[in-house]
Write a protein that binds this ligand. Structure first.
Ligand SMILES: O=P(O)(O)OC[C@H]1O[C@H](OP(=O)(O)OP(=O)(O)O)[C@H](O)[C@@H]1O
Ligand SMILES: O=c1cc[nH]c(=O)[nH]1
Length: 170
């Protein structure tokens, strides 16, 4: 069977280093990192350490605002935890994969339930195209085209090492 990414090798650790570089370039003095559950939450945990930032990063869930809530329910939902005042904050959202943009739409609704940020930006490990909404990343460590129906998700082993899990279209 051929690989769903063809000859492309997605080295998640190399992409993480590229993401770290991109996030550094986007950071201002008041920027708050917020990871989207679940892959983005792993990313912000590591970024917060690697950037030497004090305190805890934010974690946000799309679950309560998803347009497919009726099918998915709360089964895979992490809980939103924003340990700072969202009002007036410069938010940098982090996620592993950007695809249709629907998760981002739901996450932005969730974020605004907590306050009125000054700005919201987005950095991702992989932008796989296929957008169904007018949402773009301010930084993507990689842009790849994958067949519709294939799945790409970040995994993290016990030692905290990242890898991508790729599943071909059925
Ligand atoms: O742009 P979209 O089409 O919305 O897809 C991108 C989202 O899909 C994946 O999350 P998923 O919902 O699979 O949850 P997970 O991170 O917990 O695996 C991924 O982590 C993004 O959050
Ligand atoms: O709201 C959402 C988020 C991700 N995927 C969907 O189909 N809907």
């Amino acid at each position: 069977m051929s690989s769903p990414t063809g000859s492309l090798v997605l080295d998640a650790e190399a992409l993480y280093r590229e993401l770290l570089r991109g996030v550094r370039s986007l950071m201002g003095p008041e920027t708050r990192l917020v990871g989207i559950t679940s892959g983005g939450a792993w990313l912000v945990e590591r970024l917060q350490k690697d950037l030497g930032l004090a305190g805890k990063p934010g974690v946000i869930s799309s679950a309560l605002h998803r347009d497919d809530f009726a099918q998915r329910g709360l089964s895979s939902a992490g809980q939103t935890q924003l340990p700072f005042d969202v009002n007036g904050a410069d938010i940098l959202l982090l996620d592993d994969v950007l695809y249709t943009g629907r998760t981002l739409r739901a996450v932005i609704n969730e974020l605004f339930d907590y306050g009125r940020p000054a700005s919201v930006r987005l950095a991702v490990l992989v932008d796989r195209g296929g957008r169904q909404l007018p949402i773009q990343a301010d930084f993507a460590a990689a842009r790849v085209a994958l067949p519709a129906g294939s799945q790409l998700a970040l995994a993290r082993d016990d030692a905290g090492v990242f890898r991508f899990h790729v599943e071909a279209a059925a």
